[in-house]
Design a protein around this ligand. Structure first.
Ligand code: HEC
Ligand code: HEC
Ligand code: HEC
Length: 94
């Protein structure tokens, strides 16, 4: 709901950016210079605080995009949740 946020805030459509989590995290940090993470969050094993989207934009099953992998059922495509938020279930990331 940020007034000055659109797709181009984070994405450059002329560049191949997939997987470049450090680039994406810099976009987050441009607005969130500091973050108040609890000791519990900061001590999560395996957490990578250079990858903000891992916790705040977790993968979800797409409701619109499905692919036919085994002829019996459609498998949803896994996409990034663009509702940036705090996902308590991600507190137990590997
Ligand atoms: C254009 C500026 C901007 C960018 C870029 C941005 N944010 Fe935010 N973010 C905001 C604003 C404004 C809020 C609302 C703050 C409030 O309500 O006090 C917010 C809220 C949040 C919240 C709290 C959400 C909640 O449910 O309480 C989180 C977490 C967050 N941002 C993480 C991120 C992450 C991670 C990224 C990068 C993927 C990001 N933000 C990119 C401006 C931005
Ligand atoms: C390991 C998961 C994880 C990662 C990685 C992570 N966060 Fe968070 N973040 C959380 C959780 C959980 C909270 C809720 C507060 C808490 O319990 O620590 C939170 C809270 C926030 C908030 C709201 C609190 C505040 O400071 O206003 C913002 C903004 C935020 N994170 C931004 C970021 C940004 C930017 C990055 C990357 C530099 C990032 N987070 C990386 C899990 C994470
Ligand atoms: C706050 C930053 C931010 C904004 C704003 C944003 N995205 Fe993203 N987007 C991301 C991140 C982070 C990823 C994950 C990239 C990766 O996995 O390498 C992503 C991935 C994607 C993907 C690839 C799908 C996938 O799951 O890999 C598409 C398509 C996309 N975004 C479209 C959009 C569109 C359209 C908008 C505007 C309506 C938008 N994004 C706005 C951060 C953002």
């Amino acid at each position: 709901m940020s007034e000055n946020m659109d797709c181009a805030t984070c994405h450059d459509p002329h560049d191949q950016e997939r997987g470049d989590f450090q680039n994406f995290s810099l976009k987050c940090i441009s607005c969130h210079q500091s973050q108040e993470h609890s000791p519990k969050t900061l001590s999560l094993a395996g957490a990578n605080f250079n990858d903000c989207a891992a916790c705040h934009m977790p993968f979800v099953d797409s409701k619109a995009m499905k692919i036919d992998l085994n002829l019996k059922e459609l498998t949803p495509v896994r996409i990034r949740n663009h509702f940036i938020s705090i996902y308590p279930e991600e507190n137990s990331l590997p």
